[in-house]
Design a protein around this ligand. Structure first.
Ligand SMILES: Nc1ncnc2c1ncn2[C@@H]1O[C@H](COP(=O)(O)OP(=O)(O)OP(=O)(O)O)[C@@H](O)[C@H]1O
Length: 344
């Protein structure tokens, strides 16, 4: 079953339209990252799903149940959604235990059941024994886990996380993200989270949805969106690449600096560009190209090369020997990405 189905969602603030016509489907237990420039409407979408803002148009279904139809929708507490904010929104004057108890209030559980749930939830997030501490007595990562526990304690099937790691030290961020991914998976929770950070998105998410001006332009498995971007905007949003003019030879082939290569589908357009990520190029010593500069980044060296009348970005496993001057580029096997040219 799908955890979320959104059809043609439109909403905004006062007279300003923010989400133009958003549709989205996410299967149960998947983790989706919403990516896009600041102000494009990512947080607004989370608020719309959880029922925190009015909707102008569209339908939202959660686990098969319609929770929103145009203006009419269920109250936030009736949707079974956990919302985790960027600043954790923990109550500073309450202990960890009391923060979780506050989260449980809408469920009106008996005291013993509530206490059991709090204890088991703190164990799940690795904070057993910290229940009497106040938020200021915890690290950023621990506070974030309390925020997650406060949401988990209500046993949501869906969690929405708004930039959940932006206040976490960069060294702790990736281990914490892995931990949270395992937690969401082990508890069978579907999640949507907003991030500005592509590394975070790739580490936590199964799928990415890329926003452009109030719309989702592409949604799919993270590696598919990265390797087969729908347009130049998505391609460049997810990382660097070389844009190379190519010529259409047939419906299924283009002429490139490496000769004619097969392509799944060539757009019927005269002005075509091939998008090539730096790691899809192999730097070969010798030839009529020139190594202009390089930066060793630990995992690889980022090289700038002048070849065939243009400058290219290419990666090499290590720094090129300082004596290297003459180079050329080979295309590594990959599924080519062809776009209409910028004029097109
Ligand atoms: N309560 C509000 N009242 C009026 N306008 C708002 C309100 N909240 C957000 N906006 C506007 O709506 C637009 C989308 O905001 P939103 O917070 O959804 O963007 P975002 O993609 O999450 O941005 P960021 O990545 O910077 O968090 C922005 O132009 C913002 O200024």
């Amino acid at each position: 079953m799908n955890a979320i189905e959104i059809h043609n969602l439109q909403c905004g603030y006062q007279e300003q339209a923010i989400l133009q016509n958003v549709s989205l489907v996410l299967e149960e237990r998947k983790i989706l990252a919403l990516l896009g420039p600041s102000g494009c409407g990512k947080t607004t979408l989370l608020k719309a799903i959880s029922g925190l803002i009015p909707i102008d148009h569209g339908q939202i279904y959660l686990h098969g149940q319609q929770v929103q139809n145009g203006h009419r929708g269920l109250d936030p507490e009736e949707r079974g959604v956990g919302f985790i904010f960027q600043d954790y929104a923990l109550f500073p004057h309450m202990t960890v235990h009391d923060n979780l108890m506050f989260g449980l209030r809408p469920l009106r559980l008996k005291k013993q059941e509530a206490e059991e749930r709090i204890a088991s939830t703190l164990a799940i997030v690795g904070l057993s024994g910290m229940d009497k501490r106040y938020p200021h007595e915890l690290s950023g990562g621990q506070q974030q886990r309390v925020a997650i526990a406060r949401s988990l304690v209500c046993r949501p099937k869906l969690m929405l996380l708004d930039e959940p790691f932006s206040n976490i030290d960069s060294q702790l961020r990736i281990p914490l993200i892995r931990e949270i991914r395992e937690l969401l998976k082990s508890q069978h929770i579907t999640a949507i989270f907003v991030t500005h950070n592509k590394e975070e998105a790739f580490s936590l998410a199964d799928e990415l949805a890329v926003f452009q001006q109030g719309n989702i332009v592409q949604q799919g498995e993270a590696s598919a969106v990265y390797h087969q971007p729908a347009n130049l905007y998505v391609a460049e949003f997810l990382g660097r690449g070389n844009l190379v003019p190519v010529t259409r030879q047939s419906d299924r082939s283009v002429l490139t600096p490496w000769g004619v290569i097969p392509v799944n589908q060539v757009p019927a357009h005269a002005d075509l560009m091939m998008f090539i990520r730096p790691q899809w190029l192999e730097i070969v010593e010798g030839g009529d190209g020139r190594l202009i500069e390089q930066h060793f980044l630990g995992t690889h060296a980022h090289c700038r090369i002048h070849w065939q009348g243009m400058d290219w970005d290419a990666w090499h496993a290590d720094s090129m020997p300082i004596s290297t001057s003459a180079v050329s580029l080979r295309l590594r096997p990959h599924q080519p990405v062809i776009f209409r040219g910028k004029q097109g």
